[in-house]
Design a binder for this molecule. Structure first.
Ligand SMILES: NC(=O)c1ccc[n+]([C@@H]2O[C@H](COP(=O)([O-])OP(=O)(O)OC[C@H]3O[C@@H](n4cnc5c(N)ncnc54)[C@H](O)[C@@H]3O)[C@@H](O)[C@H]2O)c1
Length: 343
């Protein structure tokens, strides 16, 4: 934040698991002036207000009455309440960073994007993985993906069982895939199974884009280990990413053009290459995973970028439309799971 810039007056609505992270993040950001926390559960709101030295309100109406100077709010209530809570704020011209998914359906998400547009306020969506340094590093390569294979699996936490694994976990990867592929979706196939909850707990989706790119995306909340991996193939490069460990490598074809030409010639001539060590032919580059200075973790980077957008009156990196688009794709995946025929 530049010295002359005024901190933005902020509040957090919903002080559960995610809300508490947002409150702590704002408290540590020089560009934020934390006015209040809001929760229907007054004990919870008071507890956090005492811990972080701000006011506690029971609902958005009280927040707007007591703090008309509030400029930006993070909405971290359960997804089912995103629309009523964020609508009230947007109508008052208050910028919102709404936790993911933006809403339960793309029609509901559209209510929020339209309100933000009409009232000329910034609407951001909390797809925090976009601020993961591993994802940023891949995006910065500017590749045109041809094929992507993405996996997000973890043990059952017994949280968010009101929604399926697609809206709960896969939506993170769907957002990253849409962002990197940057082409309209052509069709979706998916299989899924319910193991514990009423909804799908395991899902594999195959997304085909108009660019020809195919993304194979798997999510499970029934695994015995936690893994978040992505492999991306483009014309020039292969990327292998572990975005939980925040490590990744890239192999550029162009870096081995001469060697590859030699090998192709030898293969075409019917040469015996069984003694060639393939792994020595390719040189891997480690992806740089640095976050910009002051952006110590993805949540801080997200909140800070959101406040910059509010200050400048511009769109957030993950704006309402991006949040709406990914909910739309997630719904198509869930629908494809329902329509899948088992024999
Ligand atoms: N970005 C991520 O990785 C990530 C991870 C988990 C959850 N989430 C999202 O964060 C949101 C919150 O999830 P959580 O796990 O923190 O939920 P939670 O149940 O732990 O907390 C929600 C809180 O909101 C309060 N609340 C409910 N309705 C309210 C209202 N109308 N006004 C004020 N307070 C209200 C509840 O009392 C509760 O304290 C959900 O949308 C969820 O999908 C995101």
């Amino acid at each position: 934040m530049a010295a002359q810039e005024q901190p933005i007056n902020v509040a957090v609505v919903g002080t559960g698991r995610m809300g508490a992270h947002h409150v702590r993040t704002y408290r540590n950001l020089a560009g934020a002036n934390l006015l209040a926390v809001v929760d229907l559960d007054q004990n919870r709101a008071n507890e956090l207000a005492n811990q972080y030295g701000c006011a506690a309100c029971k609902d958005v109406t009280e927040l707007l009455e007591r703090f008309p100077q509030v400029q930006a709010v993070t909405v971290a209530v359960p997804t089912v309440y995103h629309v009523p809570v964020a609508s009230q704020l947007l109508k008052h011209g208050v910028a919102c960073l709404v936790e993911k998914p933006l809403a339960q359906t793309s029609d509901e998400a559209a209510i929020l994007t339209q309100l933000a547009y009409r009232h000329k306020v910034t609407l951001g969506v909390g797809h925090t993985e976009r601020f993961n340094p591993a994802v940023r590093a891949v995006a910065a390569l500017g590749l045109k993906p041809r094929f992507m294979d993405v996996q997000r699996v973890s043990p059952m936490t017994f949280r968010s069982l009101d929604i399926g694994v697609v809206m709960d976990m896969m939506i993170h990867d769907l957002d990253i895939v849409l962002h990197l592929v940057n082409s309209p979706l052509k069709r979706v196939e998916a299989v899924g199974m319910s193991v514990i909850s009423e909804h799908e707990d395991i899902c594999n989706a195959r997304l085909v884009f108009e660019s020809g790119c195919v993304a194979n995306v798997t999510a499970s909340r029934m695994a015995l280990r936690t893994e978040r991996r992505m492999r991306l193939f483009s014309d020039d490069a292969f990327v292998n990413l572990d975005y939980q460990a925040r490590t990744g490598v890239v192999i550029h074809q162009s870096a081995h053009a001469d060697k590859l030409a030699e090998i192709r010639q030898a293969v075409a001539a019917g040469g015996d290459l069984s003694n060639v060590d393939y792994t020595e032919l390719v040189s891997q580059e480690t992806l740089s995973m640095e976050l910009p200075e002051g952006h110590d973790d993805p949540l801080t980077a997200q909140s800070s970028t959101f406040l910059d957008a509010v200050r400048a009156g511009t769109r957030h990196l993950v704006d309402g439309q991006a949040g709406q688009d990914v909910v739309d794709v997630a719904q198509q995946v869930v629908q494809a799971v329902r329509e899948h025929q088992w024999i």
